[in-house]
Write a protein that binds this ligand. Structure first.
Ligand code: FE2
Ligand code: FE2
Length: 158
């Protein structure tokens, strides 16, 4: 996921401090999963509603873990807490809407969804980069359309 995010940031011409922040946010974004039970993390397929509720705590857990550590910038905390937010307000944990979601977070979210789709998981076959990119394109309203377009280079490279 970090490689995807950093490649994307370079590709669209982020400044190097921003690329660094994004790389750091990408590395740390799911750190809250360290406190989610293994049986939920490793469960194949659909989580039941109570498991889903627990899983959805990971962004806030990550934020709480990192917020008092010096050297963790506000942009990184924002990325950790908000990488599952959507522009339409239907994401979590804070139900942010487009004006509250920074570019860094928008990039992080796109990279995260893509990386998760192409990752091999024991319970499902690997998805091709083309199919994963099509899914992003279908999430219009949730992800920034122009960024998804710009992501094409990175998504379909290699
Ligand atoms: Fe996450
Ligand atoms: Fe993730």
């Amino acid at each position: 996921m970090t490689g995807v995010a950093v490649g994307f940031a370079f590709d669209i011409g982020f400044s190097s401090p921003d690329v660094k922040r994004l790389g750091m946010a990408a590395t740390l974004h799911d750190i809250g999963k360290a406190h989610i039970p293994r049986c939920i993390l490793d469960k194949g397929g659909q989580l039941d509603p109570s498991e889903e509720e627990i899983m959805r705590r990971h962004p806030v857990i990550g934020y709480e873990l990192l917020k008092d550590i010096s050297g963790i910038s506000p942009e990184i905390l924002d990325g950790v807490r908000h990488h599952h937010e959507y522009l339409d307000g239907l994401g979590y944990p804070d139900g942010l809407t487009a004006p509250q979601i920074s570019d860094l977070v928008r990039l992080l979210t796109i990279s995260d969804i893509f990386a998760a789709l192409i990752e091999s998981r024991p319970y499902r076959p690997t998805m091709s980069r083309q199919n994963a990119y099509q899914i992003l394109c279908g999430m219009d309203g949730k992800l920034e359309r122009s960024l998804v377009k710009a992501f094409r280079n990175v998504a379909l490279a290699a």
